[in-house]
Design a protein around this ligand. Sequence first.
Ligand code: ASP
Length: 448
Amino acid sequence: MADDSIISAPADAAEATPSTPDGGSKGDGHDKPKPWFKRLSLTTWIFIALILGVLAGMALQGAPEIADTYIKPFGTIFLNLIKMIVVPLVLFSIIAGVVSLDDVKKVGAIGGKTVLFYLATTACAVTLGLIFANVMNVGAGYTMPSGELSYEATEPPSLIDTIVNMFPSNFFQPMADATMLQVIVIAVVFGFGMIAAGKKAEPVIKICNAMSDVCIAIMRGIILVAPFGVFGLICPVIANNGIDVLRPLLWLIVVAYLAMICQIVLVYSGIIKVFARMNPLKFLRGEMPVMGFAFASASSMGTLPINMECTEKMGVSKEVTSFVLPLGATINMDGTAIYQGVCAIFIAQVFGIDLSIGQQLTIVMTAVLASIGTAGVPGSGMIMLAMVLQSVGLPVEGVALVAGVDRILDMMRTTVNVTGDAAVATCVDAMQKRAAARKARKAEKAAA
Ligand code: ASP
């Protein structure tokens, strides 16, 4: 997949630059000049669509039903397409990833490291979110009238239940319901099954590999229409709520963005430096196109093919990317975890509720679990926020407070989500390579 770039714009043919994911050209310099609309990269088109969507939304504020009737369907179709492809994409790419590791020990080593990194970075993320929200008083100056304080403490969902529910009793149900954790378990179990069956499983392995490529090709197609989808999503939001919806929540956005930027600058740069022994700036530069696309599309799943491509370009092996990145796009959502922590404090402060340290620790735990269960499509983190609020008995209606600015938060949290996946893939790959080199040296010594 590294051979042709998904978001590469066939930029200026005369420049004759090699293909790059941020808009290079594959032309040899003698091609006919491309039409003007093809000279801009897809990322640029998505940003243009975003701005046009906001402007159209402002223009339609007097008649939001026009936006709801004629423009929103484009956004809904775009989201439906992403949701439709998510299950097969995850199923086949994880099966293909597991099988590509062909010996079970390797799956164990890569899988174990990956999950540990994912859990640790997510725990750091939600802690950072809570620190920023508390220190910067995210909900200050915005109080709900006390009469509206109607909430009851609810039991947090138990950890055991969450773990038990990861294992499906039926093969098809999780696919139909898009229960992603269960789909992942099915994919890993079948991947192991194929490795164990050896030669007999070869035909089905070929089919799974081919299906994984088919799903990625479809995803690329869906990404191509993303500008229409983004326009269709943002326009009705602005038409219905007005641009003012952004103002009172500005501080929430500032705090969440700062915490998320910190996650990238401190946590990811830190693990890249320590575990991958790589210059963090080089990593961030290589990830730029991925971040741009994630920011504009607000979908980790949609960004997955580009993330695989850019991470492989930085030297990470396909073996690792094809396992670690699809898994990350499904279970590793650090930006979402930060958002959930910050929003929980915001809602608590707005409702005038003091959260104890114990309650804040519960937020850390449930936000980690909630982010694991969040699908990599726009808006899903907000739905999981309800679960976090419930875990400490905060009013679920608080979700409505932040809903108006969810898109803006979603763009940044998705950017963090995908960068976290790539950072972990880069670290795991470097550690695997070092382990292999050590093994080879040992073998050499033993032979000598
Ligand atoms: N949109 C995010 C993603 O795709 C998930 C979320 O809503 O938090 O990564």
